[in-house]
Each structure stands twice: as C-alpha cells, then as structure tokens.
Design a protein around this ligand. Structure first.
Ligand SMILES: *[C@@H]1O[C@H](CO)[C@@H](O)[C@H](O)[C@H]1NC(C)=O
Ligand SMILES: *[C@@H]1O[C@H](CO)[C@@H](O)[C@H](O)[C@H]1NC(C)=O
Ligand SMILES: *[C@@H]1O[C@H](CO)[C@@H](O)[C@H](O)[C@H]1NC(C)=O
Ligand SMILES: *[C@@H]1O[C@H](CO)[C@@H](O)[C@H](O)[C@H]1NC(C)=O
Ligand SMILES: *[C@@H]1O[C@H](CO)[C@@H](O)[C@H](O)[C@H]1NC(C)=O
Ligand SMILES: *[C@@H]1O[C@H](CO)[C@@H](O)[C@H](O)[C@H]1NC(C)=O
Ligand SMILES: *[C@@H]1O[C@H](CO)[C@@H](O)[C@H](O)[C@H]1NC(C)=O
Ligand SMILES: *[C@@H]1O[C@H](CO)[C@@H](O)[C@H](O)[C@H]1NC(C)=O
Ligand SMILES: *[C@@H]1O[C@H](CO)[C@@H](O)[C@H](O)[C@H]1NC(C)=O
Length: 669
C-alpha cells in the first residue's frame, strides 16, 4: 500500500456557507423542512446533509458530506439539476410523500420519485449515522427509499453495491464529470462476471479496469489486498435463497473513516481520514501503472510495469501485427505461433504429440473466467481433454478456473497473483532440441545416478511405509475417539443462544473470515462478550480442523493462548466460542494505515508474550503442539494488548517423546 498525499479529488467546500441556524437535527418531516444554509447532522456528528457549492462553480447542490476539517462529499442528490445563480434551495417532504429539492421558484429539481406511497402525509427523512439518507413511513417505520441504493461516486461502509439476480439490474458508482461538476461523468463501477464476481470500472460501454475474480478473501488481481481483517470485504448473495449479489465492506473500528471514491478520471481511490494530520490520505488506488488499464496488451499479451516495453506476448505467441506492436500500439495483441495439436486433429490434418501447459507465475488472471467444479489435478486433465480450454488456473476457494476465449488483461506482478497455465503445442514445450548431444550425455549420466538412488530409496521406503500408514491410521482413530470424548468435556452452548448473541449472525457482527469460516462478535444474555467462529458448510476440511481445535485448545491453559469457552454442535452447525479480544489481531496494527502505532515497549511486550505462548506449546504443555499457521492475523490482542495465539485448526499434536514426524498435507502460511 502506498501512503501518498491524497490530493483532494474534489472541491473543498466553502465552509462559510454553513452557518448553523437553530439546532441541526437529523430528521425532516412534513412540518419541518430544510432551507439553505441550514444543515441536517447525523446523530454522531460524522455526516451532514445540506446545500453546497463546489469551488469555481456557481451552481449549488444538495449533498451529504463527511463533516471533517476538510469536508468530503459522498453523495449528491440533484447532480444533473443544480440550483443556479446561488438561488437558495429547499429540501422538504412533498404532498405525495416524496422528499424533494425545490428552488426559489418552487420548481422541483429532484425527487425521490417513489410512486404510490400509501401513507403520503406521514413520511419522514432521516440522516443516519452510516451516512444513509432514509425516507420512511412514520407510523410503520418501513423504508421507502434510501440514498445507499442510489449511490454517486463513493462507496461507504455498509453500503451494498448489488446486482439483482432476477432482472440483472446493477447498482453502480458513477464518477463526477470533473472535480467542479458532480453531474454524471464518464466512468462507472459495478459488480460483474457473476459466476466468479469481479469489480469492474467501465468507461461508457468499455471496460477500463477489473479487480480479478473474488476468491472468498481477496480479489485475485489486487495483490496488495492481503489482509481480509482490515478491509472487511464481503461478497454476498452466492447462496440460493438470496435475490441479489452484492459487495460491501465494514472497517473493524467503526470510528475509522475509510471510503472508496471513483474519480472523474476513472480511478478508484481508497482514502481515509487521518485524524492527526487532519487530512484525507490515499492508501490504495486502482491505477498504479499503465498495466492497470484493461486490455493494455491485447489478446495473449502480458503486461509488466517493471519491464520496457511493458507489453510482451506470452511464450509461444507472436505479435499479430509486428509493425504496430513495435510502435507500441499493442491493441491488436498476439497470435499463436504453432497451432495446437487439438486444432490439427479436428481439422483432420494430422495427429502428433499432445499439447501441454506452460506455467506463468504471479499473474493477474485474464478476463472471462469460467468456474468449474473440478478439484486439483482434475482441473488440468479435464482442460487438456477439452480442446476449447486454452488455459487454466487453480484456487482452493474458486476451484478450477478455465479460459476458452482470447486471454485478455493479464499482468505480471512482482509478488502475489496466481499461477496460470496456458495450453501450447508440444513443440513449444520442447526447448531442448538444440543442444541435443550435450543434453543426451548429461541425461544419461544423471539418469543412471538417479535410477540407482531411486532404487535404493524405494527399497528403504517399502520397508517403512507399511509401518507408517499403520501408525497414521492408529493416530487417526485415537483422535476420533478422543474428539468424541473431548466434545463432552467442553461446555456446550445452544445454537439459539448464539444466534441471539450474534444478532442472528448478522453481517454487522462479523469480525473477519478465517480459513475455516466467519467469526462473529456476540454478547451473551449476561453481558459477556464472545467471539463466535462458525464452521462454514462449504469448507470440506473444516470438520477435521474443528475437532482438532477443540482437542488442542481444551487441553491447554496459558495466558498467551486464546481461551475456548465452549462449542456448539447442533445438527449441521459446528461452532466454537472464544473469549472476545477487543483489540483484534496484530495485523491490524502492522498493516493498517489508520491504525495506531505501537511503542517499542509495547512491541517488546507483545513479542515476549508470543514467545512465551510458543514455549508453552512446544515445551511446557502436557501435549506437544506445533501450531503450523502462526501469522499476524492469528495473534489476538486483549484490552491490555497482551498477545494471545489463536486458530489451532492446523495445529498438530506430537507425542511427548516424538521429535519428528511426517505430514501428508501442506498447510498454513
Ligand atoms: C443566471 O445568471 C445568468 C447571468 O448572470 C443569467 O443569464 C441567467 O438567466 C440566470 N439564470 C437564472 C435561472 O436566473
Ligand atoms: C420519476 O419517475 C418517472 C417514471 O417512473 C420518470 O418518468 C421520471 O423521469 C422520474 N423523475 C425523476 C426526477 O427522476
Ligand atoms: C393523513 O391523511 C388522511 C386523509 O387524507 C387523514 O385522515 C389523516 O389524518 C392524515 N394523517 C396525518 C398524520 O396527517
Ligand atoms: C412522526 O413521528 C414522530 C415521533 O414518532 C412525531 O413526533 C411526528 O409528529 C410524526 N410526524 C408525522 C407527520 O406524523
Ligand atoms: C429484483 O428484480 C425483481 C424483478 O424485477 C423484483 O421483483 C425484485 O424485487 C428485485 N429485487 C431487489 C432486491 O431489488
Ligand atoms: C477506534 O478509533 C478511534 C479513533 O481513531 C480510537 O479512539 C479508538 O480507540 C479505536 N477503537 C479501537 C477498539 O481500536
Ligand atoms: C492501433 O492499432 C489499431 C488497429 O490495430 C488502430 O485502429 C489504432 O488506431 C492504432 N492506434 C494508434 C494510436 O495508432
Ligand atoms: C482448421 O480449420 C479452420 C476452419 O476450417 C481454420 O480456420 C483453421 O485455421 C484450421 N487450423 C489449422 C491449424 O489448420
Ligand atoms: C469443453 O468445455 C466447454 C466450455 O467449458 C464446454 O461447453 C464443453 O461442453 C466441453 N466439451 C467437452 C467435450 O467436455
């Protein structure tokens, strides 16, 4: 993440406009209207609603802004119908129950435009603490209209950018035309490619930027987005029952201010309010180089911002139009040098050696991803069998990703990204032809040595492998019987109680997402705060990890290990209940642009605590535990910033006397 100065995208408001007149409340009703220069103020004082005039403009608009020393407009009502010549506007509830903006001549410039409001003489509008302007029926309290469903250029916390599954209707962010002009500009941002959702920025009808597919935690095309805890992004609606897809985020500390703004130039900026510097700073933006422009290098071209020229054809491909390509016009892209065997067979020309895959590392995967249910190696074999599959990649959450059309919008990252496998003909794979003699000699020598070595190892192994598997099975059985017994020892919680405590596992209670399932904050009837980890039904390995965690953690007691309060196994539900850690995890301190800086003394105390916890696990406890997934997000901090190691899903129990063991699964960080 970069920490640049955030040069104000927008205007600074003319503060002098905002003279308080009377008390500013957060509600408008049929008997109380708002007249420029009055303002409404959200209950917690973070947001204001009122009329503003951009600098260098004579028009004024009704908007909502963050009420900081440098106000930041987050929503505008009458974007396309401004008030002219400093005519002062009025915001009021109209006869038909709608909220309207009228000018001095009583013309309606903007309306919430909801038809057939039943209780039209008793609607009220309220500016909520989230920054949402809500029109509701006074008596029933039911919501008729809300500004969160009519976004402008800013995505606020808790706002959902949705796509209706039935009619495909999309909610979009739309940029301002210019920093002085809030009317609808050239750029839009929305959720697209819904089988594996991505965020897109569009310039009119043309894609301008894409985030890469969502893998449950991050967007694959944004390598800096490495800690879910910080951004709290959720991509919802992928279950059957829900009627729309949506993306939303909540920042862990509610009083932190962090927003996403689509600038008039089509760049999505993540900006936050720095209380100490009293300014808006940028912590991320969607465009760091030309490579972030969609399809910069055309089909089968890959973009690397650190090389010159930035575009190159994938291996096995050459520029479609050499002349243009050399003039750095990359739009026409690249074409395959050698036809695939697949194609030759279908054309009936010849068969030959079958195609293979070239691996390209650290890649932003191309657009038009297809999602297939194959796991692991099946992804590769199935792709090889099907001639329309020209590339694949694998992600443990999405499973198999395939591409069948031109590969477009690839980028090479210096770290992060995905391994992409592209299909090429056999001859492209075989690069060794040239130095045949040398290679043959080397191969023969190396081969002989290898064969001898292999034979030896095989002989050694077969004698021990039987013992090993027997041991493994024994251990597994042990764990199974142990786990049944253990579950009885751990105190059990009723599912209903947990549902009530977490407000029915409400999104706003969600603290984060572990590999194993989401974690929620809850408050029990007696006021005790708890953290609730709910095994997601989709996660296949989860059950094993759940049992593992119960066993491991119920055996252990140490100041620097998180405490398990109990669990819940009710039908399909598998839930763990822990003590709640108000200061969350260490990564929030290390990577959080908004976070507080820890002093050296505190850091030392934290390090010492972690070391004590580990020492206990490794040496001083009754079981010997290897955690195997120790990372910042698994170090939780209590109210005094004492570190507590958590998440024992991957941990492994060793016998007291064992000091080495083999494992058949690669785990952890
Ligand atoms: C605003 O002012 C301009 C010039 O001062 C004038 O031409 C225009 O008619 C005015 N518009 C309105 C709505 O009064
Ligand atoms: C209000 O809705 C009607 C039809 O639903 C539409 O024709 C009209 O343009 C809308 N007005 C505004 C100001 O959006
Ligand atoms: C709303 O209008 C109806 C009929 O016009 C009237 O009977 C009722 O008293 C009104 N309610 C309020 C709160 O003004
Ligand atoms: C709406 O409700 C509030 C309090 O519930 C009340 O003070 C206000 O008069 C009501 N307004 C209308 C128009 O009924
Ligand atoms: C989605 O569209 C359908 C059909 O137009 C509509 O009935 C439904 O209410 C919409 N859902 C949402 C959440 O807007
Ligand atoms: C949240 O942020 C505010 C303002 O930066 C700070 O005062 C408060 O202590 C923070 N709360 C937590 C739990 O970190
Ligand atoms: C790049 O090439 C395309 C056709 O391949 C052409 O339409 C376009 O005008 C060229 N762009 C420039 C800047 O020369
Ligand atoms: C195979 O046939 C199609 C159409 O018949 C042709 O476009 C393509 O170039 C052929 N491919 C090869 C490798 O001959
Ligand atoms: C090959 O893959 C495409 C796209 O995924 C699919 O439509 C087609 O049915 C597959 N063909 C075979 C023979 O599996």
């Amino acid at each position: 993440m970069r920490f640049d100065h955030f040069t104000n995208l927008k205007i600074l408001l003319m503060l002098s406009c905002f003279v308080h007149v009377g008390t500013s409340l957060d509600t408008i009703s049929s008997s109380k209207f708002l007249k420029d220069p009055e303002t409404l103020r959200s209950n917690d004082g973070l947001f204001k609603l009122g009329f503003f005039t951009p600098t260098d403009s004579t028009f004024s608009y009704l908007g909502i802004w963050y009420d900081m020393a440098k106000p930041q407009v987050v929503w505008v009502a009458n974007r396309d119908h401004p008030l002219q010549n400093s005519s002062s506007g009025i915001l009021k509830i109209y006869e038909d129950g709608n909220l309207v903006v009228i000018n001095e001549q009583n013309q309606i410039l903007w309306s919430t435009n909801v038809s057939n409001i039943a209780a039209s003489n008793s609607t009220t509008a309220q500016l909520q603490n989230s920054g949402n302007l809500v029109l509701q029926e006074n008596t029933s309290g039911s919501m008729i209209w809300q500004s969160f469903q009519h976004p402008c250029d800013t995505l606020l916390q808790q706002m959902k950018l949705t796509v209706n599954k039935t009619n495909g209707e999309k909610m979009e962010l739309s940029s301002w035309r210019s920093p002085q002009d809030p009317s609808i500009g050239e750029f839009f941002a929305s959720l697209n490619r819904l089988s594996v959702p991505e965020v897109f920025i569009w310039r009119g009808e043309q894609p301008y930027w894409r985030s890469g597919p969502w893998n449950g935690q991050i967007f694959l095309g944004i390598p800096d987005m490495n800690t879910v805890y910080l951004h709290g992004f959720i991509l919802g609606g992928q279950d059957e029952g829900e009627d729309s897809y949506y993306i939303t985020y909540t920042y862990p500390n509610k009083s932190d201010v962090l927003i996403y703004v689509l600038s008039p130039k089509g760049i999505l900026h993540e900006v936050y309010w720095d209380y100490e510097m009293s300014n808006w700073l940028e912590s991320w933006s969607s465009q760091n180089s030309m490579c972030d422009v969609y399809g910069m290098c055309g089909a089968f071209g890959s973009c690397d911002p650190s090389s010159s020229p930035i575009c190159s054809c994938l291996r096995g491909f050459e520029p479609m139009n050499e002349e243009e390509w050399n003039k750095q016009n990359w739009t026409s892209g690249c074409v395959r040098k050698e036809p695939l065997q697949c194609e030759r067979v279908t054309n009936g020309t010849e068969s030959g050696k079958s195609d293979g895959f070239l691996k390209i590392q650290n890649t932003k995967v191309p657009d038009f991803t297809q999602r297939l249910p194959f796991v692991d190696d099946d992804c590769r074999t199935k792709c090889l069998e099907n001639c329309s599959c020209i590339a694949y990649a694998y992600d443990s959450y999405i499973n198999c990703m395939w591409w069948t059309s031109n590969l477009i919008d690839m980028q090479r990252f210096s770290n992060g990204g995905t391994d992409l496998y592209i299909r090429v003909s056999y001859s492209e794979l075989d690069e060794k032809k040239k130095n045949t003699t040398v290679i043959v000699t080397i191969t023969v020598i190396v081969g002989t040595i290898l064969i001898v070595a292999c034979a030896y190892i095989l002989w050694k192994r077969t004698t021990t492998i039987q013992e090993k598997t027997n041991q493994e099975i024994q251990k597994r059985n042990q764990i199974n019987s142990l786990s049944k017994a253990k579950l009885k020892e751990v105190s059990q919680y009723k599912f209903e109680k947990l549902a009530i405590a977490t407000n029915n596992f409400h999104l706003s209670n969600k603290l984060g997402e572990g590999g194993f399932g989401p974690v929620y904050k809850g408050t029990l009837e007696d006021g005790q705060e708890i953290a609730v980890k709910r095994l997601s039904r989709a996660s296949g390995q989860g059950l094993e990890e759940f049992m593992n965690e119960v066993i491991v953690i119920s055996k252990l007691q140490h100041l620097n290990l998180v405490r398990l309060l109990g669990c819940c196994t009710d039908g399909d539900e598998k839930i763990l209940i822990y003590e709640y850690m108000p200061n969350r995890s260490l990564d929030a301190y290390m990577f959080d642009p908004v976070g507080k800086v820890l002093g050296w003394e505190k850091r030392f105390k934290i390090l010492e605590g972690i070391a004590r916890g580990l020492l206990y696990l490794h040496r001083d406890s009754r079981l010997r535990i290897i955690h195997r997934d120790l990372k910042l997000s698994n170090i939780l901090l209590d109210e005094e910033l004492n570190p507590k190691i958590s998440d024992f899903g991957m941990a492994r129990i060793f016998g007291r006397s064992e000091d080495a063991a083999n494992t058949n699964r690669v785990v952890g960080t």
